[in-house]
Design a protein around this ligand. Structure first.
Ligand code: PLP
Length: 423
């Protein structure tokens, strides 16, 4: 929406410098410095000819003229708050296009439904977000879609062996990865996912790679640069960042996003203007929030590692240089992030006593927000995971997951220290 002169002049600036202005023209909104909430279901065409032209483009009946934008038609198709938000989200990931959804799950399920058909095979990494896991294992098979999960720690030859022994290699239609994996920060090698997708691509189908980047994005990991075709977010987490909105996003090339946006139009699962406006506001502080959260998390992780009542700490900053995860971390991640899981000396009873004793940190699921949150994966976010998988992924009864917020590190440590003393 910005004039070409303006966008050219600002092109070299960093995303955090552009989050207050990119894509918004004050002169179209009475000079308002901030984008208003366009709380409207439909948009008035100046002439019938204009309405016809907008629909021709929206329905793909003719190619867009150079520089021609899709005109505003109806808020299920487009709305200024969503379009500006989508333009701004593109800057972080270096993506051509973005679609915002009413939840992370609606972004994820729309991608799965667009790229899978009855008879298709989906390859996905494990462990994976509980809602995604349920949709993949319980819903997709009802549509005749086969699914195959690989452990995040698998080597490339183990994943290939898994595909080959399934007898469904020729039907592979999508590779779906979540990295770092929740709750233990296991890393999936995205370059490996790309090679596997290429290996099983056929002349008529190029197998795409989709990556859930909620845990480190959009600042600390950019999957499109590592061969992914689609990046997915629960924008409820870091992007929203204040635990007050549910939303999702998907980014990729113009070509894949045209498919995703078309399906979104007909599923009708786009976000509304109020959600769009809240996320625009959140994006202005995204970089400072996430930087601060990561700095604080490093201090908290150090405290936990040295505490006698803590057995094990899963934190990206503690990956040892001699481990197989280290080169993946070096290649893919620009920060250790703000998610820490740790095992308390004991079992469920001790973990619960610790959680119940916290005062500053809240006991709640979700992550990436300004306030620190703690939860118990084995009985909460990962209760649906089979006991064998829970054991394989290190989700023990003594494991606590912590999302570090923007509080003073000394105060968080005081709270954690007091709660550990209660054991
Ligand atoms: C929260 C979350 C989701 C689901 O997002 P919603 O916004 O709750 O629908 C998907 N993936 C990951 C990694 C998440 O943490």
């Amino acid at each position: 929406m910005s004039s070409s002169n303006e966008s050219h002049a600002l092109k070299s600036y960093r995303p955090e410098s552009l989050m207050m202005s990119h894509g918004y023209k004050p002169e179209l909104s009475e000079g308002a410095i901030k984008c208003p909430i366009f709380q409207t279901s439909t948009f008035v065409f100046r002439t019938a000819e204009e309405g016809k032209a907008f629909f021709e483009v929206a329905y793909g009946h003719r190619a867009q003229e150079p520089g021609e934008k899709l005109g505003l038609i109806y808020s299920r198709l487009n709305n200024p708050d969503l379009e500006i938000l989508e333009d701004r989200l593109c800057l972080w990931d270096g993506a051509e296009d973005c679609a915002v959804f009413e939840s992370g799950m609606s972004a994820i399920t729309t991608v799965l439904l667009e790229f899978l058909r009855p008879g298709s095979l989906l390859l996905y990494s494990k462990p994976i977000y509980g809602g995604t896991d349920h949709f993949i294992r319980e819903v997709l098979p009802q549509w005749g879609i086969s699914v195959l999960g690989f452990n995040a720690h698998s080597t490339e030859s183990q994943v290939i062996e898994l595909i080959e022994s399934s007898g469904m290699a020729s039907r592979l239609a999508l590779v779906y990865a979540e990295t770092p994996a929740n709750p233990t920060n296991a890393l999936v090698d995205l370059a490996m996912c790309r090679r596997i997708a290429d290996r099983y691509s056929r002349p008529e189908v190029r197998v795409p790679v989709a990556v859930d980047n909620t845990y480190l994005g959009p600042i600390w990991q950019h999957p499109l640069k590592h061969g992914a075709d689609l990046v997915l977010y629960s924008a409820t987490k870091y992007i929203g960042g204040h635990s007050d909105v549910i939303a999702g996003a998907c980014l990729g090339s113009k070509e894949v996003m045209t498919r995703i946006k078309t399906l979104r139009t007909f599923l009708g699962n786009m976000a509304g203007p109020w959600t769009g406006w809240l996320l625009l506001r959140s994006l202005e502080t995204l970089k400072v929030r996430m930087d601060r959260q990561a700095e604080t998390a490093a201090v908290v992780a150090g405290f936990l590692r040295d505490h006698p009542k803590v057995r094990k700490v899963y934190y990206l900053g503690f990956i040892r240089p001699d481990s197989t995860a280290y080169p993946i971390f070096q290649a893919q991640c620009t920060s250790a992030g703000a998610m820490i899981s740790f095992e308390i000396d004991g079992g469920e009873a001790e973990a619960f006593r610790f959680l119940n004793a916290l005062r500053l940190i809240h006991l709640a699921v979700s992550l990436g927000s300004t306030e620190s949150l703690a939860e118990h994966p084995a009985t909460m976010t990962h209760v649906d995971v089979s006991p064998e998988d829970r054991a394989a992924f290190g989700i023990s009864p003594a494991l606590v997951r912590l999302s570090v917020g923007v509080e003073a590190p000394e105060d968080l440590i005081d709270d954690i220290s007091r709660a550990l003393d209660a054991l």
